[in-house]
Write a protein that binds this ligand. Sequence first.
Ligand SMILES: [Zn+2]
Length: 313
Amino acid sequence: MTESWKYNGPIFDAHTHIQGVSVGRMVEIEEEFGISAQIAIDHSDGGPEEVRSQYPGRFVFARYLSLTDIAHYRVDPVIDEIGRLKDQGYSLAKSWFGPRWRDYIEDVPSDFSIDDPRLEPIFQALEDTKTPLLIHVGDPDTYYGNQYRDVDKYGTKKDHLAQLERVIERHPRLLFHLPHFASQPEIHRLPNLARWMDRFPNIVLDTASSRWMARELSKDVEPAREFMMKYSDRVLFGTDLASYREMNKSGYEGRYTAQKALWESSTQGRPLPFTDPDTEKSGGTIINGLDLPISVLRKLYWKNAIRIYGMPE
Ligand SMILES: [Zn+2]
């Protein structure tokens, strides 16, 4: 990056995706931007050991749990999978409930709910094996307004968040890594998210989706900054970059620059350095910087992830 930034130390990206192939290109670009460790959600079948041995000291691996089994309340294979995770080299489990998951899985029961008691053994198994869960529930408000208007099919954001809250409530000893600011970076949602943070010491957040964070937190810098200051020990930098998505170096650079401008600078009205489809027709996304102090940036980019997940092996 040609610009100069407040923080120039190492960066831990707590939210990336890999699929075995093309990891090399990803790492090469990341290193140019100071990303020296990362959580990789592994979508391959072979396990992570080959990638780990190629890049020692870099990766903490998350295993993507079978959504098809979960969707049909088939808990036994999922529990077996959880039992094998650590031996296979995974440190955490991942599951994904962006509302459009219902487009991908066949015959999802219409009343499916992640807090259904039938799924409890899965969360219990994670808790018993001390396996943190990176769980994505919900999506941006903008998606509910455009892609998920069919409420009968997709449900409401209010309901999705309430389901997740009930799951967290039942498992005070399970570490929940909630990506995308727990789907609540929208300014009007920050008070609820703060309530969760106060109520549940076992949740941490990541800042994945640079455009979502930039778009929403920029809308009112003061409460956004206050939130980041208050919960500075429990927010982890993340991008959601994926090794298998077609993206060149400038795509990566745009994501890093957007977040650096958001967290580190006091910029006003700076255009997001790539297109945000959600605001494309309404003037585009702009960044207003939060100008966080260096002590907070050090935690956000590095120290929190290392404290929680340890130095990658
Ligand atoms: Zn992701």
